[in-house]
Design a protein around this ligand. Structure first.
Ligand code: HPA
Length: 269
């Protein structure tokens, strides 16, 4: 793995002149943030050695380097999901590469289903904890150069980044929820009882990504900020048929708020 990370990093550095300080992973329908990235340098995943290819609609598969809110960033437009058939090392490989490129912070976004009865469709939720129900991406031989065998997860989501996001949201009159994201394999959305189960175990939202990337980032001691857009509700009495298209459409509406928060956070880092 170390060799692969090195090979991919060297390739990227031979094509791109920007050294990013922040990595941003953009979720389903949330790629619009890249329009605000200035002086872009772009690499398509299909040209990058060792990178898997994104197979889902709404995930276009590019690394976009440039300036956002005065910081040099690299955004992943399109991520890799376990349900696509990649193994957990492939799903999380880009995070290893971003760290190797020099990022000091990882920002993550996703679309999710709300199971907290106080949530509404279109709400933003700052993730302050997670329950990972996917296979752990650190299973297997540990590579000490990357991190510890038994990484601590008590502070997976950086509290000072959460405080900064809340301050910015308040200043801009943006309603934000805060809570726990349950990461599942997908690709099915949940049955009513599954939504209820995720609520009972302590979840506020459920989705099919994010926890693998966060675990790998924390393995490397990267501070993480993550935010979720609630695209549907798994709350008794409010459950409706969910489609991927709907998730993308709602995401588009809410992403402006998310983009504003992330962009202003860059200035505050
Ligand atoms: N469940 C799982 N993943 C999701 C959902 C959901 O309801 N909405 C968006 N991603």
């Amino acid at each position: 793995m170390l060799e692969k990370i090195k090979e991919t990093t060297t390739f990227i550095q031979s094509k791109i002149t920007i050294s990013p300080e922040v990595g941003i992973i953009l979720g389903t329908g949330l790629g619009g943030l890249v329009r605000d990235i200035k002086n872009q340098q772009v690499l398509e995943y299909k040209t990058i050695p060792n990178f898997p290819l994104s197979t889902v609609d709404g995930h276009s598969g590019k690394l976009i380097f440039g300036e956002l809110g005065g910081k040099m960033v690299v955004a992943m437009q399109g991520r890799f999901h376990f349900y696509e058939g990649y193994d957990m090392k492939q799903v999380t490989f880009p995070v290893r590469v971003l760290k190797s490129l020099g990022i000091k912070f990882l920002f993550v976004s996703n679309a999710s289903g709300g199971v907290n009865p106080n949530f509404e469709i279109g709400d933003l939720m700052i993730i302050n904890d997670h329950i990972n129900l996917l296979p752990n991406p650190l299973i297997g031989l540990n590579i000490p150069e990357l991190g510890a065998r038994f990484p601590d997860m008590s502070d997976a989501y950086d509290i000072s980044l959460i405080a900064l996001a809340k301050k910015i949201a308040k200043k801009n009159n943006i309603k934000v929820q805060e809570g726990c994201y349950v990461g599942t394999t997908g690709p099915t959305f949940e049955t009513p009882k599954e939504y209820q189960y995720f609520r009972v175990i302590g979840g506020d939202t459920v989705g099919m990504s994010t926890t693998p990337e966060v675990i790998v980032a924390r393995h490397m001691k990267l501070p993480v900020f993550a935010i979720s857009i609630i695209t549907d509700l798994g709350v008794p009495g409010k459950i409706q048929v969910v489609t991927h298209e709907e998730v993308q459409e709602i995401g588009k509406h809410a992403e402006k708020k998310m983009t504003l928060i992330m962009e202003e956070m860059m200035q505050g880092l």
